[in-house]
Each structure stands twice: as structure tokens, then as C-alpha cells.
Write a protein that binds this ligand. Sequence first.
Ligand SMILES: *[C@@H]1O[C@H](CO)[C@@H](O)[C@H](O)[C@H]1NC(C)=O
Ligand SMILES: *[C@@H]1O[C@H](CO)[C@@H](O)[C@H](O)[C@H]1NC(C)=O
Length: 136
Amino acid sequence: MLGIVVAVLVLCSVAAMPYPEFQTKSYKIGIEYEHSLPMSAGADRFRHRNNYDPFFITVTARAKKGYVLDYLEVDVTADLGAEIDFCLTYGRVGGQSMVFQISANQSDFINYTYRAYGIREADFDKVNGASLGSLC
Ligand SMILES: *[C@@H]1O[C@H](CO)[C@@H](O)[C@H](O)[C@H]1NC(C)=O
Ligand SMILES: *[C@@H]1O[C@H](CO)[C@@H](O)[C@H](O)[C@H]1NC(C)=O
């Protein structure tokens, strides 16, 4: 009898479990010039134990030889209640590298994927000096 009651309770809690409780934020920074090509990409996932403190991850994206970076796309996922943040700590449109920082608090994990795009250095002359805005 007890066994049946327990089984029913477990089924109910599974049925009532909401859809995955996480959120993904997407960021795009830079300028998407024509003929942009993928330069570098990456993805990682981190467990976060003391999940009330913000957790920071710093990632460096680089251009291939003969190219410069023009834009970055970053997706960051964390628990639904988390505050997710993104900022560029180094780099500009037309540079060899961009360094970005992502953070989340109130989350058991943080994960990200990024894709960096670039154009030929020679094609960049006309847009030299374009700015990404203020650094953090
Ligand atoms: C990030 O986590 C979410 C939720 O668990 C998952 O759907 C997604 O595939 C993960 N992405 C990466 C890059 O690990
Ligand atoms: C962390 O999360 C709390 C509650 O959501 C928020 O009020 C606070 O500003 C966040 N702090 C940081 C440093 O992200």
C-alpha cells in the first residue's frame, strides 16, 4: 500500500516539473561587414557552487592570420533567476583579438558559445578606426 502511494507521488512530481528552468541571452557586438568569415569559436560549461556570488568567465577571440575581427556573437545560458551580464574588456572592430567577460549570479551553472567573425585586413582600410563603444 505504502509502495503505491510513493509511486503516485513520484509520478506527480515528475509531471509537475516545469520545463528546463534556464535562460539564454544572446549578444552581438561589432559590425557585420559583408564577406565576414568565421575566425574562432568556442563553448564551455561551468558548475557554480557558491551560486549567490557572481561568477565571471573571460574569453579571448582571435582573428586568423591576415584577417581582423569585425564582430562577435555570444550566447550565455544560466538558471532562470540569474542575472546574466556580458561586456567587452579589450578589443575593437578591426583588431586582432577581442576579450569578453560573461557573468551570472544566482545560478548553479553558466555556459556559453561564441563565434567570432572577421574580414581580410586589406579590406578593412576603409573602416579603420570604427569603435565598439566604451570598454568596461
Ligand atoms: C547550456 O545549457 C543549456 C541548459 O542545460 C543547454 O541546453 C545548452 O546546450 C548548453 N550549452 C552549452 C554550450 O553547453
Ligand atoms: C545578483 O543577483 C541579485 C538578485 O537577482 C541582484 O539584485 C544583484 O544585482 C546581482 N549582483 C550582481 C553583481 O550581479
